[in-house]
Design a protein around this ligand. Structure first.
Ligand code: HSE
Length: 434
């Protein structure tokens, strides 16, 4: 059989690019059988060719200059796996302008510059796909855009960052403090040397911006998402969560209301009986509720060479189907349709149940003063725990769980409570998953 050839170029032979090259070379026959196409890895652009990547690249053009690839008329699909904003943005826009389809895993770029890039893609009648940008090997973008296309999305709850999930899991399992668990994540190679974007929640927010854009058909700017990271969580809070039968997870939340979207990323207490509580270590999961399908859950590896490359190749195969059409016309346009203009609900107006942990002096009147401030702000307490002091300074932890309350009321109450001279300034406020 004569297989039609699709020529592919990769920019960046780091972890993910290497995985893509490996699949295109090692699974060539399997992909031929499944697609009836010859997915030909023609060119790889990489600055550092000194590293041994355990790949046979004898049939591949290995170069250092991206323009040579981007201007090659034979190249049909460009895979960008260098990450970061520049030169990735310039390479992708040039590829699209030269009418090449592009596949990327670059979540930060798609979450911030996606709108510009989709426009360039549409103007040039090519596509930009990014399945690997969220959830690594989990086909969540395809899941939302294809498998669940018939649904309006009522809610999406995602564990979207493997590093923070690994840290929180180890804090729960081994009773570690945050800094020790982070060190473990770095040793295992999950966290970056500078893990700021992971632990601050920024990486999960990039991914939430992408999922929300797809789910709402409206471009969601990443910087409009409320974000809190996990650095304030202590062993003490983990112990309290466990005593309540709950687990702390960094959740990316999408909820659709009549008035708009509630989007946020923050550490959240989840009941141990919920499926998301059992998602441990570096794994990711996304719990999606559609109005027709009901509840679904997508689960799997959210990072790493092989899972991320697996997602990238699924995009390559999707794009390659265009080359099966005889007259050269595409039979579908995969560009995201951003026709809606949804409002985002400000965090102040969101209601949740809360976990409030204070360190207070152990003396008469402390509790009544704290609960008085909560009552003034219309916040009702559902339970309270105080531990005995084992510290020389006579401060004790007090945890209050509240009934549903408004964010702005809780914020006002907290500002007042931390002004009491018997309360330490480093309190912790967590939302409880409902
Ligand atoms: N730093 C990311 C994580 C890598 O920990 O999930 C995958 O996007």
């Amino acid at each position: 059989m004569d297989y039609r050839q699709v020529n592919i170029g990769i920019i960046g032979l780091g972890t993910v690019g290497t995985g893509v090259a490996r699949i295109l070379l090692e699974q060539k026959e399997l992909l031929k059988t499944r697609t009836s196409l010859d997915l030909n890895l023609k060119t790889i652009v990489e600055l550092d060719w000194s590293k041994d990547r355990d790949l046979d690249l004898s049939q591949v053009k290995c170069i250092t200059d991206a323009d040579t690839l981007l201007e090659d008329p034979e190249i049909n699909i460009v895979v960008e796996t260098i990450g970061g904003y520049e030169p990735a943005f310039s390479f992708i826009s040039k590829a699209l302008r030269n009418r090449k389809h592009v596949v990327t895993a670059n979540k930060a770029l798609i979450a911030t510059k996606g709108m510009e890039l989709y426009k360039i893609a549409r103007e040039n009648d090519v596509d930009l796909l990014f399945e690997a940008s969220v959830g690594g090997g989990i086909p969540i973008i395809k899941g939302l855009r294809e498998g669940l296309v018939a649904n309006r999305f009522k809610s999406i709850y995602g564990i979207l960052n493997g590093t923070t999930n690994y840290i929180l899991t180890k804090m729960h399992q081994n009773s570690l403090e945050f800094a020790d668990a982070l060190k473990g994540a770095q040793e295992k190679g999950f966290a970056e040397a500078d893990p700021t974007l992971d632990i601050s929640g920024g990486d999960a927010a990039h991914k939430l911006a992408i999922l929300s854009t797809i789910a709402s058909n409206s471009f969601i700017p990443f910087d409009k998402i409320y974000v809190e990271g996990i650095t304030g969580i202590t062993k003490l809070d983990i112990n309290f969560a466990q005593s309540f039968g709950m687990t702390i997870k960094l959740l990316a939340i999408y909820k659709r209301y009549e008035e708009g979207l509630d989007l946020r990323v923050h550490p959240t207490l989840i009941n141990d009986s919920h499926l998301l509580a059992a998602v441990s270590n570096e794994l990711n999961a996304i719990f999606v509720k559609g109005d027709f399908v009901g509840n679904t859950m997508f689960y799997g590896p959210g990072a790493g060479e092989r899972p991320t490359a697996s997602a990238i190749v699924s995009d390559i195969v999707d794009l390659s189907k265009d080359f099966m059409v005889q007259n050269g016309k595409k039979y579908s346009n995969r560009a995201i349709s951003l026709t809606q203009n949804v409002q985002l609900i400000p965090i102040e107006d969101i209601k949740s149940r809360f976990y409030l942990r204070f360190m207070t002096m152990d003396k008469p009147g402390v509790l009544s003063k704290i609960s008085g401030v909560l009552a003034e702000n219309n916040i009702s307490i559902s339970s309270m725990v105080q531990l005995e002091s084992h510290e020389k300074d006579n401060y004790v932890p007090i945890v209050l769980l509240t009934h549903e309350a408004l964010e702005k009321s809780v914020e006002q109450a907290l500002q007042k409570i931390v002004k009491f001279d018997f309360v330490k300034k480093d309190y912790l406020r967590l939302r409880i998953f409902e």
